[in-house]
Design a protein around this ligand. Structure first.
Ligand code: 13P
Length: 250
C-alpha cells in the first residue's frame, strides 16, 4: 500500500513570523495522522520553518533550486545549500516556473538529478494547459514531461522521487479536475513509469494531484485508486483548512 503524501506549496506567501505561527498551529492538528505532511515554503522561511517543525511530523521543502552546486549564478540557491540547513524536499518544475521563469524539460531533469545528488527528495510537477487538454493531448503531454523529467535516473533513485500531476487550468482557478479525470491522468503517468522502470517501481511511486484541492474535495480525490495525496496551493495557507486536507478521512 502506498502512503498518502499531503504537501503544501505556499508559493510566494508567508513571512517568517507567519510561517512560525502557522507551523505552531498546524502541528497539534496533524500530530496523529498516518499521512506524510510537507510544507514547501519560500527560501526566507526555510530556516525558521525547520526550527519550528523540529520534534513534529511536519517536513519542510523548498520550491525550487539551481542544478549547479555553487558558482556565479546571482540570486540562485543550490541543492547543496538546501541540504546544508536540513531541507528534505524540493518542488521541481512547477508550472509557474515553467511558464514565468523559462524552466524547460531539460532544466527540470538537471535539477532533479542535482536534488538527488544532494539527498533531497524532488516533487516533480507535470501538467497540461487548457488548450492542450481541449485538443486531446493531455496524456501525450504528461507522459512526455514525465519521461523527459526522469531521463537518466536509476530505478533506485525513483524511490526518492514524488510526482505531482497538476493540470495548469486547475491551478488557482477553483476548477478541480474530476476525481475520475485526475485519477486517469495519474494512471497514465504510472503506466509510463511502468514502461520505463517496470511494474514494481510504478506501483510504489507516489503521484499526487494538485489544482484547487480543498478540504471539501480532498477525500473524493485521495480515495481513488491512483491518487496518492495532494500538492496544495491556496488551501495550504490556513492551518485549519490545511489540517482538514491532511486529515481528509476524519
Ligand atoms: P492551488 O491549490 O492554489 O490551485 O495551487 C495548486 C498548486 O499549484 C500547488 O503547487
Amino acid at each position: 500500500m502506498r502512503r498518502k503524501v499531503i504537501a503544501g506549496n505556499w508559493k510566494m506567501n508567508m513571512l517568517p513570523n507567519e510561517a512560525i505561527a502557522f507551523i505552531e498551529a498546524l502541528a497539534p492538528l496533524v500530530k496523529d495522522t498516518q499521512n506524510e505532511v510537507i510544507l514547501c515554503v519560500p527560501y526566507t522561511d526555510l530556516f525558521y520553518s525547520l526550527l519550528t517543525a523540529q520534534g513534529t511530523n511536519i517536513k519542510i521543502g523548498a520550491q525550487n533550486m539551481h542544478f549547479e552546486e555553487s558558482g556565479a549564478y546571482t540570486g540562485e540557491v543550490s541543492g547543496k545549500m538546501l541540504k546544508s540547513i536540513g531541507v528534505e524536499y524540493v518542488i521541481i518544475g512547477h508550472s509557474e516556473r515553467r511558464q514565468y521563469f523559462a524552466e524547460t524539460d531539460e532544466t527540470v531533469n538537471k535539477k532533479i538529478k542535482a536534488a538527488l545528488r544532494n539527498e533531497l527528495k524532488p516533487i516533480v510537477c507535470v501538467g497540461e494547459t487548457l488548450e492542450q487538454r481541449e485538443s486531446g493531448k493531455t496524456e501525450e503531454i504528461i507522459t512526455t514531461q514525465t519521461r523527459l523529467a526522469l531521463e537518466g535516473l536509476t530505478q533506485e533513485q525513483l524511490n526518492s522521487v514524488i510526482i505531482a500531476y497538476e493540470p495548469i487550468w486547475a491551478i488557482g482557478t477553483g476548477k478541480t479536475a474530476t476525481s475520475e479525470d485526475a485519477n486517469n491522468s495519474i494512471k497514465a503517468i504510472r503506466n509510463e513509469i511502468a514502461k520505463l522502470y517496470g511494474n514494481d517501481v510504478a506501483d510504489e511511486i507516489i503521484i499526487q494531484y494538485g489544482g484547487s484541492v480543498k478540504s471539501s474535495n480532498a477525500k473524493e480525490l485521495f480515495t481513488t485508486s491512483d491518487i496518492d495525496g495532494g500538492l496544495v496551493g491556496g488551501s495550504s495557507l490556513k492551518a485549519d483548512e490545511f489540517s482538514k486536507i491532511v486529515n481528509y478521512m476524519n
